[in-house]
Design a protein around this ligand. Structure first.
Ligand SMILES: O=C(O)CCC(=O)C(=O)O
Length: 316
């Protein structure tokens, strides 16, 4: 590419995030005091791809009054669930030159609760987080404590959720920075979740690299080894930890601007599709989220273009 064209492209990519931010990205995630109508949800939040935290949207869920660690022990303690186990709390994250996925254990929920309450020891960090509708498939006994979908969101989006996920883990369990092609309605039932967010328009400042996929294996002695997934293709992932970014290696990230928010018990975060998110939690936080597949519309195509241009041009 001619030097002048490359220069122009680099400048455009460097200026794009601030221009997009000025037009449509809030400084903080706003609160709504009650659930929006389907029309307002679609018009004010989904269409402009803007996050918000909605209060009083879950108050008719009996889960809000009932769910606690003792309640889970009494109702589903003997049920086996899939648990992600990692040495450091990071499932699906870059470690050295690998993209490492968690070891997966099938454990009775009561055992997970014992570990959470300090009554049992297990190597590493536990997180009940299997993202394939683990609520209806693994813990169907809990379904009567909530609604199977978010009616105003289903109506606005014209579809039902693809997945309903249950999350329960230790404070050390962290979800590394990534994005999804879902409209995410994230409901905290007990405890709190801390989200660090970047709008999709920050993509030019967010590094991706290709990594050999691998999985943690837990040995008999309770140590972890990393085993390559020989048959899987390389995985594009974000190597950067937004809590301690390596700005020598990724200087551009200093120009990205994260939004931070805490979602408390009884609150619902609308996390729009393609927003980057990094998630931490209070110890024993219980949450449920609904993933609605995004519309593969022009917004999606424009993001793909931004992604391709960012990959093609090195910014520093
Ligand atoms: O709660 C978490 O740890 C992660 C949630 C998340 O990444 C998601 O819902 O897409």
């Amino acid at each position: 590419m001619a030097a002048a064209a490359l220069d122009a492209l680099q400048r455009a990519l460097r200026e794009f995030p601030a221009a997009a931010r000025e037009l449509s990205v809030p400084l903080d995630v706003p609160y709504l005091d009650e659930p929006p109508t389907p029309l307002h949800f679609y018009r004010d939040w989904v269409c402009p791809n803007r996050p918000c935290i909605i209060r009083n949207a879950l108050k008719h869920w009996s889960a809000l009054q009932k769910w606690s660690l003792p309640y889970l022990r009494a109702t589903v303690g003997s049920t086996e669930v899939s648990v992600a186990v990692t040495p450091d709390g990071y499932a699906d994250a870059v470690r050295g030159d690998r993209f490492v996925m968690p070891a997966e254990r099938r454990l009775p929920l009561s055992y997970v609760l014992d570990v959470l309450e300090g009554q049992a020891q297990h190597p590493g960090v536990l997180y009940v987080q299997k993202q394939c509708s683990n609520l209806p498939t693994e813990l169907p006994q809990l379904l009567s404590d909530l609604e199977p979908h978010v009616p105003w969101a289903s109506e606005a989006l014209g579809k039902m959720p693809d997945a309903v996920n249950f999350w329960l883990g230790e404070a050390a369990a962290v979800t590394s920075l990534h994005k999804d092609h879902y409209e995410n309605l994230y409901c905290v039932v007990s405890g709190e979740k801390h989200f660090l967010l970047h709008p999709p328009s920050d993509r030019p400042f967010i590094p991706y690299e290709l990594y050999t996929p691998a999985t943690y294996q837990l040995t008999e002695e309770g140590t972890f080894k990393i085993v390559d997934e020989e048959t899987m293709e390389k995985v594009p992932w974000i190597p950067l930890d937004p809590l301690a970014p390596d700005l020598t290696q990724y200087p551009c990230y200093s120009q990205a601007q994260a939004l931070r928010c805490t979602v408390r018990a009884g609150e619902l975060l609308y996390l729009p599709s393609l927003w980057f998110h990094h998630v931490q939690q209070s110890h024993g936080c219980i949450a449920v989220n609904f993933w609605y597949d995004m519309e593969y519309d022009l917004k999606y195509s424009y993001f793909q273009l931004l992604d391709s241009l960012t990959k093609a041009v090195v910014l520093d």
